[in-house]
Write a new protein. Sequence first.
Length: 344
Amino acid sequence: MRRIETQILNSLIESEKSFWELLDENKFTVKEFVAALNDLFRGGLINAREDKIYLTEKGLRQVNKTHLEFKGKICDKCEGKRIIFNGKFKEIMEDFTRITKNRPLPNANFFQGYMREQDVISRVALMHHYNDLAGKSLILIGDDDLLSVALALTDLPSRIFVLDIDVRLGEHIKGICKEYGLNIEFQQYDVSNPLPKELLSAFDVFSSEPLETLSGLKAFISRGVACLKENGVGYFGLSTAEASHRKWRAVEKMLLQMNCVITDIIRDFSRYRTLYETVNYEMFTKRLSFPVSGNPGIYWYKSSLFRFEVLGEPKPIIKPDKSIAIKYIDRRDDVTNPLLYSKY
């Protein structure tokens, strides 16, 4: 039996659960998860009634009930992040939540979505913990999470520069800066294009939540590395919802090739909304062999946080003055992209 099927069956030993509760526990791609559920359902090991999935008699015979005797869970206080924020960060959390309330709605063409406000502040707090904030120059490639605003509210970085393809975001950040007296630079930029020369080797810290196709990851991370000074630091998110272990391995190899060492990978550091007025990232439910009701509000899409350091001189794998072709949909790994279900 595959590991993903064992994961599902062991979860259902404890109690029947909704599709969304099981998805929240999932450690594999959504595509693999949906396929595994369908296989278990068709094989008669699980069934569904009134929005709950449960083990059949056949399914019960496949599991070891001693599993229930052993208990372990992720820390409730930090949610497994290894960081909690206090002091001034709590005030910033309140200000950030209020200031970003009217942010631009996500655009499916850019595969946009934003993490919870508390996850943004936790990221800033972790940067501070590693001395990657005070007096540092930071460049963000993509910023629909508005991390730049949270960083600026601390008044600790020496410079904050945002590159993003969405001009709406630039106008929104500009308006926030004007209203609240913050200092954030913005430039519209498509990562498939060469980097502006003035940004090369100009920053201490890079941060991104990249597009998770292999070419997208390569472009975002390599552009970020090219912007770093010697011994610079980078942060980026990578999910298992749409990125397979094969893709994770490719990313780790990329970092090594660029003269970087991974110092941290914090699993499921950030949680994302998946339903917006403009975008639905849950259309994959039509692939299921049984009906499910709508998501009651579970933040099942999670991104793990990578932190890396450059050992001396950065060596980007894409030359900064060269363009790169990017695929925006990964049909091999992903079923969450709404463009997979549209006629275009």
